[in-house]
Ligand binder design. Structure first.
Ligand code: ATP
Ligand code: MG
Ligand code: FE
Length: 352
């Protein structure tokens, strides 16, 4: 069965074709980075408008590239939530109406289930049960996964998500949007031990996270180091000579604190559940330090770690086509209602 996947929950239009027998047929991604760059973050109304402009042309381009036509599509999967309501509405309306026009089924996909199942697009797939660490721009969650739709949240962030903390700290350091990956790059040049930030909420039991204090710790260090980043010329004359090194040192300490904190919680989750397979997904799972640290942890635990290929860590259409395919196969069509769900817990999903 050939499934078209449409992702439009935030600032990326992701389109993919997934064949339930042959696997991923093709995918395309359009990122709105340039649209939002001047504003330093995603502007919801601009995001919706850009999805309107890009979704259908991107579907046509992908079909042409794959030597297929609309009539070859046998089912449509679109992201219904969580995310920006206007952006979600675009994908939902296009997905539902195309399916109606073509007389094929369409299903709503939960964006985080998409992230969570993304490692299953690879040849070496994790087997159930596993612990999923979802680390993205809007979520930091540890989820016990017994099967598709069998999700129990073991812990989550009580304030900022890990990706959000990366983005906000990067902005404090004067880096350009999109900031998370830039901060990771800068951290490569940092000297370990120059700055030391706390590992929040690791001094008490439990699997919840908190990252907003870390951002504040970084802000204090930045001010303490005399790095004024207001951008005005008068400030620039007062900048310390070794400013680039100081910034890299702060980035390094920040990344280390996030990675250590996440690793401590993952170890607890593995010990608490006895489940020795760890899956990491979401934008921050692209972080090399995090991948290495968790690989070491799971080797020590005599377990395994799985993650998506780099391009499928952040938002993409392939993960939506894949998650939707599993649901279309077992649930069939849904009614014609077009509903975006900006807030939607992964625990509410039906078991397959
Ligand atoms: P959600 O999935 O929770 O709705 P989102 O879709 O905006 O949020 P993703 O696209 O999964 O999030 O991931 C984007 C986030 O990942 C951003 O916060 C970005 O900074 C972060 N990120 C991407 N690459 C890296 C990296 N190498 N290191 C750290 N953070 C990264
Ligand atoms: Mg994005
Ligand atoms: Fe995402």
């Amino acid at each position: 069965m050939l499934i078209l996947g449409i992702e439009s929950s935030c600032d990326e239009t992701g389109i993919a074709l997934y064949d339930t027998e042959k696997g991923l047929v093709g995918h395309k991604l359009y990122s709105q980075i340039a649209v939002h760059a001047d504003y330093g973050g995603v502007v919801p109304e601009l995001a919706s408008r850009d999805h309107v402009r890009k979704t259908i042309p991107l579907i046509s381009e992908l079909l042409t590239e794959c030597d297929l036509t609309k009539q070859d599509i046998e089912g449509i999967a679109f992201t219904a939530g969580p995310g920006l309501v206007g952006a979600l509405m675009v994908g939902a309306c296009i997905g539902r109406s195309m399916a109606y026009g073509l007389g094929i089924p369409a299903v709503e996909v939960h964006h985080m289930e998409g992230h969570l199942l993304a490692p299953m697009l690879e040849d070496e797939r994790p087997e159930f049960p596993f612990i999923a660490l979802l680390v993205s721009g809007g979520h930091t969650q540890l989820v016990e996964v017994q099967g598709i739709g069998q999700y129990k949240i073991l812990g989550e962030s009580i304030d900022d998500a890990a990706g959000e903390a990366f983005d906000k700290t990067a902005k404090l350091l004067g880096l350009d949007y999109p900031d998370g990956p830039m901060l990771a790059k800068l951290a490569e040049h940092g000297t370990p031990g120059v700055f030391k930030f706390p590992r929040p909420m690791t001094d008490r039991p439990g699997l919840d996270f908190s990252f907003s204090g870390l951002k504040t710790a970084a802000a204090v260090a930045i001010r303490g180091a005399g790095i004024h980043l207001s951008g005005s010329k008068s400030d620039a004359t007062e900048l310390p000579e070794n400013i680039d090194q100081l910034k890299a040192d702060i980035a390094h300490a920040f990344q280390q604190a996030v990675v250590d904190t996440i690793a401590i919680k993952c170890r607890r989750a593995v010990e608490q559940t006895g489940i020795k397979t760890l899956v990491i997904a979401g934008g921050v799972s692209a972080n090399t330090e995090l991948r290495e640290k968790l690989a070491q942890l799971m080797a020590k635990q005599r377990g395994n770690v799985f993650y998506p290929r780099h391009e499928f860590c952040t938002d993409n259409g392939a993960m939506i086509a894949f998650a939707g395919a599993q649901r279309i196969l077992s649930q069939g069509d849904q009614n014609l209602k077009v509903k975006a769900k900006p807030r939607w817990s992964i625990e509410e999903l039906p078991k397959l």
